[in-house]
Design a protein around this ligand. Structure first.
Ligand code: SAM
Length: 222
């Protein structure tokens, strides 16, 4: 899979060079390219934003540098997503869907956003990471990249994906590790029993209880 991220602030993407994502890149499970939109702006000022037509606060990212940047990287089967609070909400289901694509391009907006014409020209899908406004699309692009890359086959242990929150419309059960007693707090007995059937039943019950308490909407959606 190939992920191209278009941004005015490429230096913000250091977190994608760590841990599991770094290993996925090294193992060639995914190619991640960070493209500086400003490299496609015109000399001498390399201007990428201007005032909005019709007036209003803030600046709007201009069409031309984004257009040229996309033209330089797009492929026949690529899908382009614009990070936008106006988009449909990103979810684990969407991450699964996107992880099956060959080539995606993530466009990060900044300031008041991006000139609508470039969004329309490339038939971009707007995608939001939640109902709040961030200063730029860089964090959303990293959130989406992280969520997608860990779903690419064999990037992490397949079993880890099967039982985690949202994979079965419920949240995950509590996790514990050594020591079995910490400052008087004990691990639930059943987890030390070695009885896998009982452990599975206990975890399933716990998952439902935690979901009822924290996210009853997930159970209603079933
Ligand atoms: C300050 S925001 C612009 C908000 C825009 N004026 C609006 O009201 O919808 C700047 C950029 O941050 C990104 N952004 C902000 N919040 C986001 C969110 N919740 N999800 C995805 N991208 C977001 C987008 O790329 C956006 O173009």
């Amino acid at each position: 899979m190939r992920i191209d991220i278009l941004s005015l602030f490429p230096e913000m993407f250091a977190p994608l060079k760590k841990s599991i994502i770094k290993r996925a890149v090294t193992d060639e499970k995914v190619e991640i390219n960070i493209i500086n939109i400003r490299d496609f702006a015109s000399a001498p000022h390399y201007k990428c934003d201007d005032e909005p037509f019709g007036g209003g606060a803030g600046m709007v990212m201009m069409c031309e540098p984004i257009y040229k940047a996309i033209e330089s990287i797009k492929t026949d089967d690529c899908k382009i997503f614009y990070m936008s609070p106006r988009g449909k909400r990103f979810s684990q289901t969407k991450a699964r869907e996107m992880s099956k694509l060959e080539h995606i391009i993530l466009l990060c907006g900044h300031y008041e956003g991006v000139d609508q014409r470039v969004i329309d020209m490339f038939d971009m899908e707007e995608i939001s990471i939640g109902d709040y406004i961030l200063t730029g699309g860089e964090l959303p692009a990293m959130v989406i990249t992280d969520a997608i890359v860990r779903l690419i086959p064999n990037v992490i242990t397949p079993d880890s994906i099967v039982e985690e929150s949202f994979s079965n419309d419920v949240l995950e059960y509590n996790q514990y590790t050594r020591p079995s007693v910490f400052m008087g707090y004990s691990v639930p007995e059943v987890l030390l029993s070695g009885n896998h059937k009982k452990i599975a039943e206990y975890r399933k019950k716990q998952s439902i209880e935690i979901t009822k308490k924290n996210r009853p909407d997930l159970l209603k959606e079933k």
